[in-house]
Design a protein around this ligand. Structure first.
Ligand code: FES
Length: 56
């Protein structure tokens, strides 16, 4: 599912990025632009990053 519609980033993309070493929402924002337009995905994206880091 799409987490960030503005940037076209899915939960799968986020999970893959976390598997490849991404650690935080801050890095996700810098590398993928998640949350940098309308901002309404920020809370959901945070959760996905947190879950993915915990599952790593
Ligand atoms: Fe992510 Fe708009 S949906 S910035």
């Amino acid at each position: 599912m799409y987490v960030c519609l503005c940037k076209g980033v899915t939960d799968k993309t986020i999970r893959r990025a976390v598997d490849d070493g991404l650690n935080s929402m801050r890095e996700l924002r810098q590398q993928y632009g998640v949350g940098t337009q309308c901002g309404c995905c920020t809370q959901c994206a945070k959760e996905v990053v947190k879950d993915a880091v915990a599952d790593r």
